[in-house]
Design a binder for this molecule. Structure first.
Ligand SMILES: Nc1ncnc2c1ncn2[C@@H]1O[C@H](COP(=O)(O)OP(=O)(O)O)[C@@H](O)[C@H]1O
Ligand SMILES: [Mg+2]
Length: 381
């Protein structure tokens, strides 16, 4: 985008969840317009621009949607970037490109791409039959994580396997026609994550390394910056940049790592979009992951990813029950006056569904953690 353009650009987002919502909020602050397209109505993006509801696999729907957009982006690796590319036919950039999403969508192809780029990953085997998976379990010393090739997120689609009967159950639940992915169980001491923002010519910024804590394979807490050795942080940041370039990512990439006892790292997985482990950047960094997502896909100068506070903690707020969202505990949550409360505007709660989060910035991770947990726990959406 040249700076002599007479009007502010419009970003078209394929998706209607919290990532689109927070990208929209950051973009709107800079005068950038937002349109969203999603298959069903969404309370998360409805207030933020033109929220189109329609069948996004339908080329006529997509054609009408991209009209007036300066760039198209996706909120998730599952959104049909390929349909946007086809109807736009080069007129409007689509970032990340569908070729990037195609690699990342499939956990086997994704691991191959990471390994081919020379980035350390744990041992894995794409298994097309139960027999192969059973052999893999033996090769991996009897402890493995079975993963669906496609369609998994937030721990839905993974199973830890320590016996043949576990494997039978996992195979029934997770295997597709092409089988499933078996990974050696990684005895990590910590999980880490890094966000990268990358412009079309490759210019990139990399965010600090954070510690992440999963519960039931689902992100619960993020602590920034990670309490790790400088060499470990440097290796994670370097690997994240390498991964972004290996998959030709334009936009924002979330990179998850395992840290081993000796301080070395293995890359776990990539997310070609803003990521739960980067939400802390809204309060804690000069430019958030959402702001830099908007800047990078519009090929605008990237903002600084540096932290403007010594430390930050983010805690997710998950649904407690099924049904329409209520504001139970809101007053108590807001009485934690240093907490930044984010509620995603979803109309329906479900147990374990991501409904919002809390971020607190300050100087001591342990104190911040207790305060953020209390504020997040107070809200019962
Ligand atoms: N090979 C592994 N060894 C040990 N733990 C794992 C392994 N793979 C995944 N996990 C655990 O499960 C979590 C979710 O797995 P991940 O592959 O990131 O799936 P998702 O797509 O659901 O995020 C990880 O953050 C980690 O805690
Ligand atoms: Mg993950």
């Amino acid at each position: 985008m040249s700076d002599s353009n007479a009007r502010f650009p419009t970003i078209g987002i394929l998706g209607g969840g919290q990532l689109g919502r927070m990208t929209a909020l950051a973009a709107i602050r800079m005068g950038i317009h937002i349109k969203t397209l999603s298959p069903s109505p969404s309370g998360s993006v409805a207030p933020l621009g033109q929220a189109v509801v329609g069948d996004w696999t339908d080329e006529a729907v997509m054609e009408a949607f991209i009209d007036g957009c300066d760039v198209i982006t996706v909120e998730s690796e599952w959104a049909p970037a390929e349909v946007a590319e086809k109807v736009s036919n080069g007129r409007i950039p689509v970032w990340p490109a569908s070729s990037t999403l195609l690699t990342i969508r499939h956990k086997g192809r994704q691991k191959d791409a990471i390994q081919e780029a020379g980035i350390p990953v744990g041992a894995y085997l794409a298994c097309s039959s139960f027999q192969e998976a059973r052999a893999a379990l033996t090769v991996f010393g009897g402890k493995a994580v079975a993963k669906k090739f496609e369609g998994s997120y937030d721990g839905y689609g993974n199973a830890t396997v320590t016996s043949v009967s576990d494997l039978e159950k996992a195979w029934d639940e997770l295997a597709s026609n092409e089988g499933l992915l078996m990974e050696a169980f990684v005895p990590f001491v910590r999980e880490l994550a890094v966000m990268v923002a990358r412009r079309p010519q490759g210019e990139s910024v990399v965010y600090p390394v954070v510690e992440t804590e999963q519960r039931d394979h689902r992100c619960h807490a993020v602590m920034a910056p990670a309490r790790i050795r400088p060499e470990t942080a440097a290796a994670a940041r370097e690997a994240a940049l390498q991964a972004a370039s290996a998959v030709n990512l334009v936009g924002v990439l979330g990179v998850e790592f395992f840290e081993l006892e000796d301080g070395s790292i293995l890359l776990n997985e990539l997310a070609p979009r803003p990521h739960n482990t980067g939400h802390y950047t809204i309060e804690a960094c000069f430019s958030s992951q959402f702001e830099n997502h908007a800047r990078s896909i519009l090929d605008l100068p990237l903002g600084s990813p540096e932290m403007r506070t010594p430390a930050a903690v983010m805690i997710n707020i998950l649904g407690h029950r099924a049904g329409s969202v209520r504001t139970d505990g809101l007053v108590e949550a807001l009485s934690h006056t240093q907490a930044g409360l984010h509620v995603y505007g979803k109309e329906e709660a479900r147990p374990k569904r991501k409904m919002g989060h809390v971020t607190i910035t300050g100087s001591n991770l342990d104190t911040l953690r207790a305060e953020a947990e209390a504020a997040a726990h107070a809200v019962q959406l």
